[in-house]
Design a protein around this ligand. Sequence first.
Ligand code: ATP
Ligand code: MG
Ligand code: MG
Length: 380
Amino acid sequence: GATLGVLGGGQLGRMFVHAAQSMGYFTAVLDADATSPAGLVSHRHIRTGYEDPQGLAELARLCAAVTTEFENVPAAALQTLALTRPVAPAGEAVAIAQDRAAEKAHFVRCGVPCAPYAEITTPAQLAAVDASLLPGILKTARMGYDGKGQARVRTPAELAVAWDDMGRVACVLEKMLPLAHECSVIVARGRDGSIVNLPVQRNLHRDGILAVTEVHAGNVPASQAQQAVAAAQSVAQGLDYVGVLCVEFFVLEDGSLVVNEIAPRPHNSGHYSQNALDVSQFELQVRCMTGLPLVQPRQHSAAIMLNLLGDLWFKDGTAAASTPAWDQVLALPGVHLHLYGKAEAKPARKMGHLNITAATPEQARAVALQAAAILGIAPF
Ligand code: ATP
Ligand code: MG
Ligand code: MG
């Protein structure tokens, strides 16, 4: 069998490896960490950094095609690999997703509305910020995730302090919008331009981190769902994107839809696809990179995904980690446990997720609330 390569050894890479292996491929993971979740389950693990030319050459030598699971992998590494092997997504598209300013400019180009914003890279731009953008959220243009690299600011003075605290790196200031809820759409696009999408996911974030994803018909009003899918498709097409792409949206209190950001890879909000769709986002990733046909996934169960953060390992304020009560949650119907094999639990670290599937949204919700109560996850 052929070998498929992935840059990055996190949980997304691990689940990609599982999907690739079940379709008959061998896998190679490039990640410097000896205990990376994907490296642990892959046939080959190249233990070096993304910028090591020898590691990249070894990956290209081993692999028929290469993908990425980590959005901050240097775009140049993907471009180097693309000289000799099919790479999906392309470095050029990943570079846009890595920079909030470039990303927002792309949304504007595609005619997809995003939050009003200003780039802040110089003191002059800081001084010129329009008061209508406050209160707002200052976000570093690069490297932010799970709400890291963000500060909420109400006044020009707070903005100036926040930008100083961030070391005056390139940022964008976004207007704080009145959110009714959040949703996301995952699309998969092939080299031939064919495109399929997962159903619209409704997402609940806590402290800037995804906590719960709920997916069933009616979780998002039909007109907004259609708009979201159309917007996600135009964002992907505008990038001539090949691979799996997640587009995050805000639904505002007045019902309007605003794009938040994109992730050039499978996404946490798509994990329910492993158990509730007949094709998962990771299988679509394999199909995109290898040129296999894309089919529209069909949802066969209502689904709720609960993220399992490291906090659950530290109950009752104790310093020592203990294993959550998996036996109790697995006694509930339709509960699927996915753990990432991370060496150490830490607060706010994504350790795994639960997919709850059921015949109806009400049943999924009832079971998910029971599971949350057992584990000490706040109700939703
Ligand atoms: P991810 O882990 O999804 O990549 P991130 O660190 O890139 O997250 P964002 O998606 O930009 O962060 O923001 C995290 C969350 O903060 C959003 O899901 C939303 O709940 C809230 N948020 C971000 N921007 C705004 C905004 N302009 N108005 C209101 N809420 C916002
Ligand atoms: Mg992000
Ligand atoms: Mg986000």
